[in-house]
Design a protein around this ligand. Structure first.
Ligand code: PEP
Length: 269
């Protein structure tokens, strides 16, 4: 079986002003330093091979306004920082938008694209999401491409067809296991407390991987990480993460509390 290093990614959504955002970031940084057996002093010298000291890759995606300060708060730990969205273009007359290059410039390593809330609130189509994912790659970011069916689509038995269509329509040209992560997030499970059962989620993840085989070949598809998202918490994370095609989690609500988010990180151990 392929060895894929798990990724636990926190999506803070539109939550946090300076005080609570920074205290969350500092709390996570403290957990990462403890887990890596690092000095609590943020300025201390970090040995270059400490990356594997955390049980998985860890990412936080704060609102744009906090990215710069959160990046500074977690500097020197292995916690990566990402944006929740980006525009497809490098720059220009796009009031209110942020480019992938701007995210890179302030310390981001990742960008989430095509979250269902953006697809629903901003009418983002697969073509728009694909262009954003490609912008992420252009800027040197890892693009986390989100897909997931609505409850009505699930009830109509269309889950796998919908998700496969979203994956092929949103996938970044030239995407590799190093530059793209897929996140399967059933819309009905986001922020609702309802979660797909591990078996249900595994079946969709396996279908996504089969779709990836057609897009990038079996070898690359076997190495690409597919995250599950939708009401993941410390109490259900381990069981989900045990499934063979679930390679981590995209976490909303539970990423806003240090102990909950770190509990999910530890569930990958
Ligand atoms: C999300 O929005 O990406 C998400 C998974 O949210 P929650 O964990 O709150 O369901």
């Amino acid at each position: 079986m392929e060895q894929r290093r798990a990724l636990i990614a926190g999506n803070w959504k539109m939550n946090g002003v300076s005080a609570d955002g920074l205290s969350l970031a500092e709390g996570l940084a403290a957990c990462a330093r403890r887990a890596s057996d690092l000095p609590s002093d943020a300025a201390a010298e970090i040995p270059p091979d400490i990356a594997m000291a955390l049980p998985c890759d860890v990412l936080v995606c704060p609102p744009f306004t906090l990215i710069d300060r959160v990046a500074k708060a977690v500097a020197g730990t292995r916690i990566a920082v990402g944006g929740q969205d980006c525009h497809a273009k490098v720059s220009g007359a796009h009031t209110g938008d942020i480019s992938a290059e701007m995210l890179k410039d302030i310390g981001c390593g990742y960008v989430i694209v095509g979250h269902s809330e953006r697809r629903a609130d901003h009418g983002e189509t697969d073509a728009v999401v694909k262009a954003k994912a490609e912008a992420g790659l252009r800027a040197g970011l890892v693009a986390i491409i989100c897909v997931g069916e609505t409850e009505a689509e699930r009830d109509a038995g269309q889950t796998e067809a919908v998700v496969a269509r979203q994956v092929s329509g949103s996938f970044a040209a030239g995407g590799t296991p190093e530059t793209v992560v897929i996140a399967y997030e059933p819309v009905w499970a986001i922020g609702t407390g309802r979660t797909a059962s591990p078996e249900e989620a595994q079946a969709v993840h396996a279908r996504i991987r089969a779709e990836l085989v057609g897009l990038i070949g079996a070898d690359a598809a076997g190495k690409m990480r597919i995250l599950y998202g939708g009401s993941v918490k410390p109490s259900n994370a381990a069981e989900l993460l045990r499934q063979p095609d679930i390679d981590g989690a995209l976490v909303g609500g539970a990423s806003l509390k240090v102990e909950d988010f770190w509990g999910i990180v530890r569930a990958t151990e």
